[in-house]
Design a protein around this ligand. Structure first.
Ligand code: ZN
Length: 180
């Protein structure tokens, strides 16, 4: 007699439950609207702060609303200067999909991406980048190099900035104040 084997789960579901470990938010994603994805990214940022990392969080979502990856900054823990939330989320999602290009995907990130991350998001052919706080000092979307507007940038995702910006920048402010 065959048993109903609930240990066999599709990869996407595994990634969802993994990214939602220790999170109270349910991950039946289809009901999410944009602010909920940003709320999840903010949770990742808070978790990063608790680990002593600069509080930036990112969530990568497919056009059908599936969460492919959630990540917070991890540069200290990994001793890796490239371990920004955006890069980690891209890597996880691309590995999950088995392709370096994610043209149907959107990234929600709590802070304006830096030049490195903007380049990576362009390489991944992302559909849309939704970010929280603007970053006049290190941002590269609406500040500094404005990466996506350069002639050397071959794919520019649609960008939307300032979503939940107050919460995201308050987190960053508190983090750096506590370290002074
Ligand atoms: Zn970055």
């Amino acid at each position: 007699m065959k048993q109903n084997n609930d240990q066999v789960r599709p990869a996407a579901l595994m990634a969802q439950s993994e990214c939602c470990r220790a999170k109270s938010l349910a991950c039946s994603v289809s009901q999410y609207i944009m602010p909920d994805f940003m709320a999840l990214a903010l949770q990742e940022a808070e978790a990063a702060a608790a680990r002593g990392e600069v509080p930036v969080g990112a969530v990568l979502v497919s056009s059908s609303g599936d969460i492919l990856a959630c990540a917070g900054n991890q540069t200290e823990a990994d001793a890796d200067p490239t371990a920004h939330a955006e890069i980690l989320a891209l890597r996880t999602a691309a590995r999950l999909r088995g392709t370096p290009r994610l043209p149907d995907c959107d990234l929600y990130v709590t802070l304006e991406p830096c030049a490195m991350c903007a380049a990576a998001l362009s390489f991944a052919r992302l559909r849309r980048v939704i970010f929280g706080a603007y970053d006049p000092k290190g941002g590269a979307v609406d500040h500094g190099p404005r990466f996506f507007t350069q002639p050397t940038c071959h794919h520019a995702p649609e960008t939307i900035g300032g979503i939940e910006a107050e919460t995201a920048s308050a987190l960053l402010r508190r983090f750096f104040e506590e370290r002074r």
